[in-house]
Design a binder for this molecule. Sequence first.
Ligand code: GTP
Ligand code: MG
Length: 148
Amino acid sequence: LERTFAMIKPDAVKAGNIGHILTMIEKERFKIIYLQMLKLTEKSVRLFYAEHVEKPFFPSLLEFTLSGKVVAMVLEKENAIEDFRKLMGATDPKKAAKGTIRHTYGTEMPANAIHGSDSRESAKREITIFFGEFAAIPSSEKRNAKEY
Ligand code: GTP
Ligand code: MG
């Protein structure tokens, strides 16, 4: 089993699409391990999107990410990281394939409804930021797998 970090972004929260997106996620047999609704701070966005801080679109990404609450979660599944990127679709909702979360609920960059980790290293880093290091370890590697 593998874990990934996912986050429903403020555009989708404001539009009332939390439930619809969680349904899509559960239909694809991702297990929701942790889930928290919160508003990020500028400091946490800079940490979370550290790889983008110097990019020209960062001010727009920062403003957007701070514009409302997000739903942060840890998902678990076989091949979770790659499969979740597929379920999200392309970064630009206008280019995302039909049936993906971004095609269905995204609008225009940076408002693309959802985030998902892009590698094992990112998943571990991002899960640790929001839920602590323990949350990054898959159930299959834990003694008491039922609880986590
Ligand atoms: P995340 O899952 O959110 O990390 O998206 P991604 O991995 O598909 O894309 P990337 O990490 O390259 O970019 C992070 C986020 O920045 C995107 O999801 C968009 O919200 C935003 N973004 C990326 N490129 C652009 C851009 O060219 N213009 C604007 N305004 N926003 C962008
Ligand atoms: Mg990314």
